[in-house]
Design a binder for this molecule. Structure first.
Ligand code: SF4
Ligand code: SF4
Length: 161
């Protein structure tokens, strides 16, 4: 993880703490398959750097066996492709895909300074200091019913064929 990403994550967590407003994941998957390519994998909160770490991850969670190392990035982290992705970018094992796929994109990605591709159907929606100062958003927690409704909509989007 780069220093910039680290600082971005820290800032986002700080802002959430101060404004007491969680980021929301909005939108839906366009099935482009781009997030199934050239991905980094984590074990116990750390990105994998060695084949040995990858084997250990596969032993503890065999669902990761579908991933193949293709190269390393400039920081030495392993980059993977998934063997279950067809040429037409469709997952051949969608119903049994690993949790990291079915949970994607997680809020944790946002709070660790990550971002989504511009062409991804999902996006992170966060309340900013500017929104609050310009009175575009209220300071404080949104009503529980609204949060629940948002979660239900998100689940519906994920289950949509
Ligand atoms: S989550 Fe985003 S990047 Fe991944 S397949 Fe769906 S639209 Fe594409
Ligand atoms: S298991 Fe399916 S959803 Fe997960 S990375 Fe592979 S192709 Fe993509």
């Amino acid at each position: 993880m780069s220093k910039f990403q680290c600082l971005t994550g820290l800032f986002r967590r700080f802002r959430t703490f101060v404004l007491r407003r969680e980021v929301e994941v909005v939108g839906q998957c366009r099935m482009c398959g781009r997030c199934c390519k050239r991905l980094l994998l984590k074990d116990a909160g750390r990105y994998l750097k060695t084949e040995k770490q990858f084997r250990t991850l596969c032993q503890s969670d065999p669902a990761h066996e579908c991933f193949r190392v293709i190269e390393r990035d400039e920081f030495g982290f392993l980059i993977f492709n998934c063997s279950k992705l067809e040429d037409d970018n469709i997952c051949t094992d969608y119903e049994s895909r690993p949790a990291l796929c079915s949970n994607y994109p997680t809020k944790s990605l946002y709070y660790h300074g990550g971002w989504l591709r511009d062409d991804c159907g999902y996006s992170f929606k966060a309340v900013t200091f500017r929104d609050v100062f310009m009175r575009r958003k209220a300071w404080g927690r949104p009503r529980f019913a609204n949060v629940l409704q948002g979660q239900i909509e998100q689940e519906k989007d994920k289950r949509a064929p």
